[in-house]
Design a protein around this ligand. Sequence first.
Ligand SMILES: [Fe+2]
Length: 301
Amino acid sequence: MKKFPFEMNMDITADQAAFFKTLAEKSDSGTLRGDYASADAQYVVAQNWAAYTPEQHALWRKLYQRQARLVPGRACDIFIDSLAGLDAAERIPQFDRISETLYKATRWQLAAVPGLVPDQTFFEHLAKRRFPVTVWLREPHEFDYIVEPDVFHDFFGHVPLLFNPVFADHLQEYGKGGLKALSLDGLKFLARLYWYTVEFGLIESPQGLRVYGAGILSSGGEIEHCMKSAQPHRIRFDVERVMRTLYKIDSYQETYFVIRDFHQLFDDTAPDFTPIYQRLKTLEALPADSLLPGEVNLSTT
Ligand SMILES: [Fe+2]
């Protein structure tokens, strides 16, 4: 093992070196955006809250206000209720304080990270009921769109749902499943599950469909698009169907999968995925906009 040029506080493996290389290549600037130098072996850093500038807090406030105006009537009640209790409207939140409250609610905590982390590390955090939250905030010119997840996406989009016990338990199981998938060559299937649920999932409610996916909840445009647009499919959640479906990372989703409630998400993803992975390896992946015979497009109201 050799030290990576970033001089992280750890020795890195060839896999980790490849992770950094891919990350840097994907970034606009061709360099790593996060400061990985002080990360420990689990890629955890200090949040260093005092270092955020007044301008960054002001940008957070603008992002928060824009999204907070959009969530009523679109986000699920659990998200809206939890968000209200986080007291995060004015400033970038202090993760330690939120972790204390969160731990009391569902025994989850936040882990401050420099940005994206390798799959294995991500799954290990989830399996230990720690949600990795990026410490840096986007720049003003990225107000409407950002490629990599920043603190606004990670916190605003993901943290409120962690206060729901069933969803929180599901996410821990997902982490355990991820560690297992690494040895079964099932990662791409499991990534689709995360994408279409935790990031872009819709849920039924007595008032119609509502959003619980963080990618939608933290997006100024998609939160409206997913509810109002006639273009995307909105079809019932089915684990195997989801795992077989490709997704778009640079446009609004062409299909949203709808769960009845979080118990369905927990129960349907509880079984061992090994036979599903085996089956899916023999099948063609489905395009993101497919609608199969028998599938019904659900109305949002
Ligand atoms: Fe996310």
